[in-house]
Design a protein around this ligand. Sequence first.
Ligand SMILES: *Cc1c(COP(=O)(O)O)cnc(C)c1O
Length: 433
Amino acid sequence: MSDISKLQTPNSKLNLAERDKKVIWHPYTQMKNALPHIPIVRGEGVYVYDENGKRYIDAVSSWWVNIHGHANPHIAQKVAEQLNVLEHVIFAGFTHEPAVLLAERLLPILPGKQDKVFYTDNGSTAVEVALKMCLQYWDNKDKPKTRILAFKNAYHGDTFGAMSVSGRSIFTDAFNSLLFDVDFIDLPSEGNISHLTSYISHLTDTACFIFEPLILGSGGMLMYEAKYLDELIIACKQAGILIIADEVMTGFGRTGTYFACEKLSNKPDIICLSKGLTGGTMPLGITTCTNEIFEAFLSDNKLKTLYHGHSFTANPIACVASLASLDILLQKETLGNIKRIEAKHAAFLLEIKAHPKVKGVRQTGTIIAIEWETGNETSYLSNLRNLLYSYFLEKGIILRPLGNIIYILPPYIISDEDLDYIYEAIKSALEEI
Ligand SMILES: *Cc1c(COP(=O)(O)O)cnc(C)c1O
């Protein structure tokens, strides 16, 4: 008894980073030579604070999820209230107000006409569901199609299906032989669009086209124009290919409109959402679809059922957090903040784009990316990336460069002063590194 209770007490001689090192395996981290992980004790607005009281500006919205910053009081209050009412219930055979209300509020503001919400609990699973919906849609219609179209540098998540439709990279290297075969195309541009549309017109066995609209996030914040995506979608629709917009990163205001697909004339059949959905408070994933897709699963034949679900499907706390996050997103003030960030970003890029160390700059809405001149060395593993990461941390800014690409993807409440502080830090990095 006493031995067990001793084991349950943390070793008080070690600090949190040391205790972490003994028991935790962190994501995307080579643990052999990892720097100590910084213990964060609280968050407020755009800031998080470590155990020594040092303040960090969260300039990447903690992996793109905290769109309204940290510890938002409105979201916190709604979540706290829900905790005392219903924390969770099985979502097969049962339903609850937060899940229904979230679907009722979300569907009308999505681009095009989306009719049904399918809940999961993260972005990768939202993508898995979208892929399964498409593949089984064709199967249920007795016109099986087995191939999928995607972009070369895409990132759709880390589960096997999501990895398969993502670009092959160091992230997938150990698994490439097990990933299913996908037809990858380049990002569209004026130079290749007619080639791409003609290629698509010849596809006969393709179930769906999955893409990150306007900007490929993890692939390096690679941006492309809505008008060319529109042309790809038209070609796909003509070839009988279903359209999946992976708005996991771009959703909820990130690109300047509530959803990136609002900038398209041709709308997707399926939309994947996660990241900003709950304002970064809880994990939740959503896959929405049209009635056209949904109805292909209605049958007396049980085999036509979508057999997919997760233990935490439609968790009520997560749904309530999403509703509260939506309240804030839909306030005029938030859209004003998004426009303010867009304008400041644009002015900053103008200022630095001619710098000799800047290879290129790009912007979509509240996201800017600055590509560092490196000569040939551009891999994620490059030393430059680690230098930059540490440099900004030192200055109290969380920026996680993707290789030689620095990007800012801030919470919408970030102040002009904090944006200026980040811009100044980038300018001094350009001089010093
Ligand atoms: C992050 C991301 C995913 C995966 O979401 P997770 O919640 O990390 O599994 C999928 N698609 C896009 C576009 C993303 O940015």
